[in-house]
Design a protein around this ligand. Structure first.
Ligand code: FAD
Length: 417
């Protein structure tokens, strides 16, 4: 069996592990478009900050690929020919496959702004990006970050640590708009401001001048040494689309992570994942999911029939000493319970007897159980949550949670589909 994987990040690593769990002999070929090996994207902001060296960046070493007899080709795939079972590389080489995995991830969205091509306007998405930004860092000069999502905040943290003045410009009225509620965003915003980061919400850049000055929609102009664009990402699905595979917001896969072509699977940031709470197919660009999906796709490519039930939105962010964990449905309304003490807070949205979403700031101890309650949709009455929120802790978790835990143990562990 000839397995080919396009992309060489965490979904690809998971796929190698999945394939080798069931097939020790098949040939595995990985097409590594970045030519950097299998490295951790979340660690590039630490590389930029100078707190991590290049040596600690790889998820999987060359020895991992050698041990698993996986050949890594440093090249980009430019075309898939499904009827011929071939992938064409940018040097013209053709690679034959029996089973193909698309693990091509995502790329940053670049807004159409006058001046966006300026050489000091960068994204922070790849190892190369981090190196290019590092070469432009100037202590005491201003860096403007467009967007206050996870990547924007990680860029802000890194550049702040490198001694730059950081200004974040966010189009929405709050920071981390996809992760936080307005209430919890206010707590996170205060923390950022206390660390010396300037944040302008409700505004967007309209142009970048030749001297690097960023003009905002209300006319303000910010002279900047560096501009980081962090306004969102888009799945890299052009190869799939051109090969005639079904695509939507991401590549469409079935519960076995198989695309509309039975010989081609897809995993990671490039796919639409089934949201088990809303029932909708959504792009969930999260590292643990990319690894799991890659692993399950690999198992299925090797002849298994392992179902992927889907996932919930679960995001953990750590920046400037603040830990945020949020899980569940951001778009459904319900009864909102809030608790705050110093720099710690918890917000829960409850609909009937179900916890739809929680956002915990600096409260890591209880997030495991809360995530299980959201994910498994354990029934807990509102009055029990009202009691819990007075003093949230492991000890005050509702009795129904512990009863469900005992039930799982009796039935041999967690339900997973
Ligand atoms: C700065 C930063 C911080 C992050 N922090 C977190 C975090 O805290 N928590 C979290 O859950 N997630 C985080 N993420 C997201 C996380 O990194 C992704 O979910 C994860 O990397 C997805 O893995 P993947 O293997 O699907 O795709 P990717 O990591 O995007 O890798 C896909 C690879 O495929 C390559 N490729 C694409 N097209 C081709 C082609 N035609 N030929 C060959 N190769 C190709 C790409 O160049 C890329 O190297 C962060 C991302 C960034 C950028």
């Amino acid at each position: 069996m000839r397995y080919v994987i396009i992309g060489n990040c965490i979904a690809a690593a998971g796929a190698v592990e999945g394939i080798r769990s069931y097939d020790q002999k098949g040939e595995i070929t990985i097409i590594d478009g970045e030519r950097r090996g299998c490295y951790s994207r979340p660690l590039i902001s630490y590389l930029l900050a100078g707190s991590k060296g290049a040596a600690g960046l790889h998820y999987r070493s060359e020895a991992f690929f050698a041990r698993n007899q996986a050949r890594v080709i440093p090249a980009r795939a430019v075309r898939i020919d499904p009827p011929a079972g071939q992938v064409e590389l940018d040097d013209g080489m053709m690679i034959d496959y029996d089973r193909l995995l698309l693990a091509t991830g995502a790329s940053p969205l670049i807004p159409e702004l006058p001046g966006i091509e300026h050489p000091r306007v960068k994204t922070l998405y790849t190892w190369k990006d981090a190196e290019e930004i590092a070469a432009l860092v100037e202590t005491g000069a201003t860096a403007v970050i467009l967007g206050s999502g996870l990547i924007g905040l990680k860029a802000a943290e890194a550049l702040h640590q490198r001694g730059m003045k950081v200004v974040i410009v966010e189009k929405q009225e709050q920071i981390l708009p996809r992760l936080l509620s307005p209430w919890s965003a206010t707590i996170a915003l205060r923390h950022l401001q206390e660390q010396g980061i300037q944040v302008l919400t409700g505004h967007q850049a309209v142009s970048i001048s030749e001297s690097g000055e960023v003009e905002l929609d209300h006319g303000a102009k910010i002279p900047a040494q560096l501009v980081i664009v962090a306004v969102g990402n888009r799945p890299n699905q052009s190869l799939a689309r051109e090969a005639g595979l079904k695509t939507g917001k991401g590549i469409i896969v079935n519960q076995y992570l198989q695309t509309s072509d039975p010989d081609i699977w897809a995993a990671g940031d490039v796919i639409e994942t089934h949201n088990i709470l809303s029932g909708a197919a959504e792009v969930m660009a999260l590292l643990p999911l990319a690894h799991l999906e890659g692993y399950l796709a690999g198992c299925n490519m090797a002849g298994q029939a392992v179902r992927y039930p889907g996932a919930i939105f679960l995001n953990a962010v750590h920046f400037m000493g603040m830990h945020i964990i949020a899980a569940g449905e951001p778009n459904r309304s319900g009864t909102v319970l809030q608790w705050q003490q110093g720099s710690s807070s918890l917000e829960m949205t409850i609909d009937g007897d179900y916890l739809l979403r929680y956002i915990a700031i600096n409260l890591p101890g209880i997030t495991g159980p809360l995530t299980a309650i959201v994910e498994q949709q354990i029934r807990i009455e509102l009055k029990e949550w009202q009691e819990f929120i007075r003093e949230p802790s492991m000890a005050s978790l509702p009795a129904a949670y512990w009863a469900e835990m005992r039930r799982w143990e009796e039935h041999g562990g967690l339900r997973c589909g």
